[in-house]
Ligand binder design. Structure first.
Ligand code: FAD
Length: 148
């Protein structure tokens, strides 16, 4: 079994701006999570984060504690924490997706409301959305390579 924790939070405007902030968060997360055996996915839109953390329970809780005191976001709310049979993102120390208009259809498949409101999503919907965004991004990358 693997422990999975899913939460959402509000982006606090950072001095660096959103793109640089996400890049920094992802690169630090990937290094730390690789060390700690944690995998997962982080979704960002202009005002919210939703993150899936999975791994050993103690390691995930310790990481979540650290994330909780990060001033780049606030109002952290756990959607669910649970034991699951297997990792949903076994190859990703932390995958990430920044919402863009091209992926509107992917969001529409999972979101009950117009726009993106993580408060309206269940844990299973977050995982399914993140897996679809990963597939979307990988297909887009393959297409770019074929077109080059
Ligand atoms: P350092 O990177 O050296 O950071 C030291 C301190 O400075 C920390 O308190 C950190 O919060 C703060 N800090 C660093 N850079 C900035 C900055 N640009 N602006 C403001 N404060 C800053 N960490 C993980 O390890 N795994 C994750 O999966 C993960 N996910 C995250 C998701 C979100 C939405 C956010 C906002 C942060 C996430 N982080 C994650 C980062 C985490 O909050 C800590 O910043 C990080 O784990 C600290 O790494 P470190 O101990 O190597 O210290």
């Amino acid at each position: 079994m693997v422990y999975q924790l899913i939460y959402h939070s509000r982006f606090s405007s950072a001095a660096q701006g959103p793109s640089a902030t996400i890049r920094n968060i992802l690169s630090r997360s990937q290094a730390n999570n690789f060390r700690d055996g944690i995998t997962g996915f982080l979704i960002f839109d202009k005002s919210s984060f939703v993150q899936i953390l999975e791994g050993d329970e103690a390691a995930v809780l310790e990481t979540y504690d650290r994330i909780g005191s990060d001033r780049r976001h606030s109002q952290l709310t756990v959607i669910d924490s649970r034991q699951v049979g297997q990792r949903a993102f076994p190859d990703w120390a932390m995958g990430g997706y920044v919402r863009s208009p091209e992926s509107a259809d992917v969001y529409a498949r999972h979101s009950p409301s117009e726009g993106f409101d993580p408060r309206a999503l269940t844990a299973d919907a977050v995982v399914a959305l993140a897996q679809d965004l990963l597939a979307f991004e990988q297909a887009r990358l393959s297409q770019r390579i074929l077109d080059a």
